[in-house]
Write a protein of this length. Structure first.
Length: 110
């Protein structure tokens, strides 16, 4: 009876422990502070993005630089900001995110 109970509890634990797991290859659209290129967002062609600051307390800044490091776009996003569309971003542009929050970023025309 002890073996059956032990086997049952272990099986029960393993079955319900794997329900909430995510796939190792799933791609998140939430990005933190850092320097990114278009290839980091899983798109290789010119794209327009919808962005939103999903942080509850922190402001975020989004800079888009062209290949000559000229500023193409600068956005300051307050906490829980509404969704905003960016300018079209070319593959050779650099995206800089500054702040302690997180941005939800998804391509419009991927």
């Amino acid at each position: 009876m002890k073996r059956f109970l032990s086997a049952f509890l272990i099986s029960f634990y393993l079955i319900f422990n794997t329900i909430g797991l995510k796939c190792a290859f799933s791609q998140s659209n939430i990005y933190a502070q850092g320097i990114y290129t278009l290839s980091d967002f899983n798109t290789s062609k010119t794209s327009t993005f919808t962005i939103q600051n999903v942080s509850r307390t922190e402001h975020m800044y989004l800079f888009v630089f062209d290949e000559n490091l000229g500023v193409v776009e600068l956005l300051r996003l307050p906490p829980n900001s509404p969704k905003v569309d960016t300018v079209p971003i070319n593959p050779d542009y650099t995206i800089l995110l500054i702040g302690k929050g997180e941005l939800y970023l998804t391509p419009i025309n991927a």
